[in-house]
Design a protein around this ligand. Structure first.
Ligand SMILES: [Fe+2]
Ligand SMILES: [Fe+2]
Length: 189
């Protein structure tokens, strides 16, 4: 029956959107706590990176929530208590989380949403995975820099207000992921 088929498809998409909303909401909470810890260790550059990534994850959560509401569902997340360790450990944990989303979670969600032609779900997942790739790279670079004794100074990051793309410099006219104008990027320090 077509109606049964549609509801099963929606169920999978909804479950994935809710899982992604939950994951992004918790990543936002985790990175916000990690930023406080980095500042307390005098690693203000790492704190800036965590704040920028936290804002990007919040933008992803908001984007997933919009799609959930379009599908008639609620967006609700349970925020888990954050276990804050040293900044180097927090950076490693953050990178591992990003890699899970890049290598496993989002590719599966995108494949599923494409299979059901849910273009809104495909778009919000694709926007998120592109930003997570830059986060994984930035966390990797921060780990290398921290191991050589830097990351002391706070610095600006530029976060796309639509898709969460996170850049170190305002280098181009538009967001490479979603095409938003650079003037609409948020500066996070
Ligand atoms: Fe991320
Ligand atoms: Fe963007």
């Amino acid at each position: 029956m077509p109606t049964t088929q549609i509801s099963i498809e929606n169920e999978v998409t909804l479950r994935n959107l809710k899982a992604a909303f939950e994951g992004e909401s918790n990543a936002h909470a985790r990175y916000t706590a990690f930023a406080v810890k980095a500042d307390s260790e005098g690693l203000h550059g790492a704190a800036s990176l965590f704040r920028a990534a936290a804002r990007a994850e919040q933008i992803h959560a908001e984007s997933h929530a919009r799609v959930l509401r379009q599908l008639g569902a609620e967006a609700a997340a349970t925020i888990q208590p954050v276990r804050v360790k040293s900044t180097i450990e927090n950076l490693n944990e953050a990178r591992a989380g990003e890699r899970y989303e890049i290598d496993s979670m989002y590719p599966e969600f995108i494949r599923e949403a494409k299979g059901h032609n849910n273009t809104a779900a495909v778009r919000t997942f694709e926007w998120a995975i592109e930003a997570e790739k830059t986060h994984a790279r930035l966390f990797s670079e921060a780990i290398a820099v921290l191991e050589s004794g830097w990351l002391i100074a706070a610095r600006n990051y530029y976060v796309c207000a639509a898709c969460g793309y996170t850049a170190e410099t305002p280098e181009s006219e538009r967001c490479p992921t979603c095409n938003l104008q650079w003037e609409k990027f948020e500066v996070v320090r």
